[in-house]
Design a protein around this ligand. Sequence first.
Ligand code: SAM
Length: 364
Amino acid sequence: MHVDLSSLRLEKDTLINLLTSKDQESFNYLYTKVDGLRKEFVGDQVHLRGLIELTNHCRCRCAYCGIASDNTAVTRYRMTKEEVMASAKRAMESGCKTVVLQGGEDPGIKKEWLADMIKQLKKEFGCAVTLSLGERSKDELVAWKKAGADRFLIRFETSDPVLFRRLHPHHSETQLEDRITLLKSLRKMGFEIGSGVMIGLPGQTYESIADDILLFQKLDLDMVGVGPYIPHPETPMGRSYKEQPPIFVQDSVETAYRVIALIRLVCPDLNIPSTTSIETSEEGGYLKGLQRGANVIMPNFTPLQYRKLYEIYPDKTCVNQGEVSKKSLTKWLASIGRTISDSKGFRNKCSNDHRESCRKRAKC
Ligand code: SAM
């Protein structure tokens, strides 16, 4: 297996060969090279983004997601401002410089309410604020940007339009193109933009995962998050998981690591989280992800009574865990030679010259 690490351009065929390679030893060698690239481009500091799962109300009926509106077994909640502020305080005390307000696509989250919340978070903690609340109106997004929000995350989930439609089978819901258009307009509004995909979806091919990686590169994203798809028994896709369509990706965790490594290779200066769905699928996965190209962790600060209700997939890591302290995070990261970042972790976009010198230092 030969890969020219000095080039940012990997052809689709090369990506497919790498994703499907049975030569694990060579791939492990590639992981060490990618880890060197990560060090040169974004350093040893790990950005901590404190995740607050604001609401599990959702108007969408995504076929994969445990909090989709069809799942009537879910007890719904929406956090109060006081609860969000208390969670954010704990996140700051644990070393986070960003809070991520994530939730279902919830019309109960009102424009003014969230704008005030964002202002209060900025005023009290001076932190970065990331939103991940699904597809919202332009009017709302402009108001939240104006209030001080810094980033917006919305995964396109897959670049295969046919699979995307299967994931979102209801007419009132979005098309793949709408997500891409939304990402582009968020960028124009001044947000840092993040997206991502799930790995191992029924019917998802390696070819489409190669296309996902090329689309990440084309969109010039600031952050990309990927993780294994984990079937939820109370969803249409989870119920028919073993039946059809075929599961092409046999090892979704290893494939997720490979995708992380390949993203670092083709987009070396962006932020990549080692995601909760990786850790849920494989204990120790957070650290492995960090050693295969990732540089961000999103510890959970949702109050415990709500955490178990935000069950997008079963057995989510951290549901019954207490909150992590700065001391334990520092020790945990030190075990792989990394430290907690003292910055808000905006993407430091590289010039071509800087790219060249980083690649030379990483000996690629
Ligand atoms: N509503 C917002 C949105 O859709 O962008 C944010 C919340 S949504 C639950 C966050 C992400 O969870 C989705 O983009 C999806 O990739 C991931 N997710 C949902 N169900 C999942 C599952 N069964 N396995 C793995 N990831 C899942």
